[in-house]
Design a protein. Structure first.
Length: 224
């Protein structure tokens, strides 16, 4: 499933930059140098020399002759899709334009209880972050937890979901402090997650995490 596609000029080359969801639900980032033969725009023939270069097959929308103009500084969005549909390797094109569902991650956080729980100006630190995708559960926290406690959590989750024939696997990772945990979330995990959601996630959890990152001096813009 296509997420975004564009052709960018980098030094002397045009680069095709594409993000898409593959058949496993992962977000794939592709950056390839576009061969010179494909670096052109379709322009309407106006002069005699341009008419001599007119394409024998293609016309514009109102049946005017067009030619391939290679003397360009940028490539339009329309030309990007023209290339991807007609000239790109068919197997790759079919993969990019196929309908695939992104792998979903559900997120939830627990914070210190304060008098006013404002995600835009949070005073309480984030104590735990949890992520769930499929049958995998990742718990991130500040306190040490014994393997037996992790197993206890896992057993209780599986007991609850027994009637749904689901068996979950729980992993726990401890951090020295809140800043290290939030850094790990934004810089190590989020760039690899194609789709993240949760209950009131955008208005509370995501906003709270972004605000705490700012308070702790983390520039999360560098993570993406």
């Amino acid at each position: 499933m296509l997420i975004n596609a564009e052709i960018l000029k980098q030094f002397d080359n045009f680069h095709l930059v594409v993000d898409y969801i593959d058949s496993t639900g992962k977000n794939i980032h592709m950056d390839e140098v576009l061969p010179n033969e494909y670096c052109y725009e379709w322009n309407i023939c106006k002069t005699k020399s341009q008419k001599e270069k007119a394409d024998p097959i293609f016309k514009n929308w109102n049946d005017k002759s067009v030619f391939k103009n290679y003397n360009i500084k940028r490539i339009s969005k329309g030309r990007v899709f023209d290339y991807m549909i007609r000239e790109m390797d068919k197997n790759l094109s079919d993969m990019i334009f196929s309908y695939e569902i992104p792998k979903k991650f559900f997120c939830d956080i627990e914070t210190q209880i304060t008098e006013k729980l404002d995600p835009l100006n949070p005073t309480g630190m984030v104590e735990t972050i949890s992520l769930v995708s499929g049958v995998n559960v990742w718990l991130f926290g500040l306190k040490p937890i014994e393997d037996s406690d992790v197993k206890y959590i896992q057993d209780n989750i599986n007991k609850y979901f027994l009637k749904y024939n689901e068996t979950y696997k729980v992993k726990y990772k401890q951090f020295e402090d809140e800043k290290e945990m939030i850094y790990y979330f934004f810089f190590k995990l989020v760039p690899k997650i194609p789709f993240i959601t949760g209950w009131n996630f955008v208005d509370f959890d995501w906003t709270y995490l972004v605000s705490r990152a700012r308070i702790l001096g983390l520039n999360i813009d560098k993570a993406f």
